[in-house]
Design a protein around this ligand. Sequence first.
Ligand SMILES: NC(=O)C1=CN([C@@H]2O[C@H](COP(=O)(O)OP(=O)(O)OC[C@H]3O[C@@H](n4cnc5c(N)ncnc54)[C@H](O)[C@@H]3O)[C@@H](O)[C@H]2O)C=CC1
Ligand SMILES: O=C(O)C1=NCCCC1
Length: 232
Amino acid sequence: MPCGVGGEALGCKIVTAFSNNSQLGLPSVMANILLHDPNTGQLKIILEGNTLTGLRTAAASVVATKELHSGEKCRLAILGAGIQAKAHAFALNHAFKFKENEKAKKLVEELRAECLTDGTDFQVSSTAEQCVRDADVICTTTYASEPILHFEWIKPGVHINAVGAGVNHHSELDTRTYQNSVVVTDSMASASEELKGLANIGVPVYAEIGQIINKTVKIPKTHCTIFHSLGR
Ligand SMILES: NC(=O)C1=CN([C@@H]2O[C@H](COP(=O)(O)OP(=O)(O)OC[C@H]3O[C@@H](n4cnc5c(N)ncnc54)[C@H](O)[C@@H]3O)[C@@H](O)[C@H]2O)C=CC1
Ligand SMILES: O=C(O)C1=NCCCC1
């Protein structure tokens, strides 16, 4: 993932995703950032990139949630219990002060210890359905290659940040959820490849989040909104 900012910065993030790495005690996503001198191209430093990946991805979901969901934000549901789940729990909670937050057991004690001071009530859910029922905002952060979120479980007006990528690209949500939602993404160029399966079920990718932010596109009223985070 290359990036250049005028004469100020020039860099590239190199990232891999190996979903079975947890069996080896390794993170599944591993990133490194190469920073170059923007005037000469000389390599200056190689930085660890996992921290940035957590912060950036969750920050993008915060921005999308702000832009796409105007309703109340009392209850946050997170499917998955890895790096992104934790990053999203922290970032969304920090931005919106949810009253309740449901996510997988593994993270609960740590999050309780770190977040309970602000009054958030974290709960463990034994099923995905229990986790997302009554949620105002849902984040999916897994490698699921079959849907783990079903339309009949969610309430009208919910906003979903679909972050995870399964074997067949983005596959965490069921067909009816897509068909009853407006889908916004971070990059149309990436979506034309990674989300091309949506065309088969009659679902257009409506806009890039940047178009919503700069107000060149407006979101129509719909059952729910999906921010498809592709990470580009
Ligand atoms: N959109 C973006 O910008 C980014 C997306 N990602 C994606 O987000 C996802 C999560 O990444 P990390 O949190 O770093 O990974 P992680 O390995 O730390 O956590 C993955 C979580 O998903 C769960 N999981 C795996 N397969 C599952 C399945 N079939 N059904 C239900 N749960 C399952 C695991 O138990 C674990 O809790 C990955 O798909 C990754 O590729 C990661 C970074 C950036
Ligand atoms: O770092 C990112 O951005 C990633 N996007 C998609 C999957 C793995 C990492």
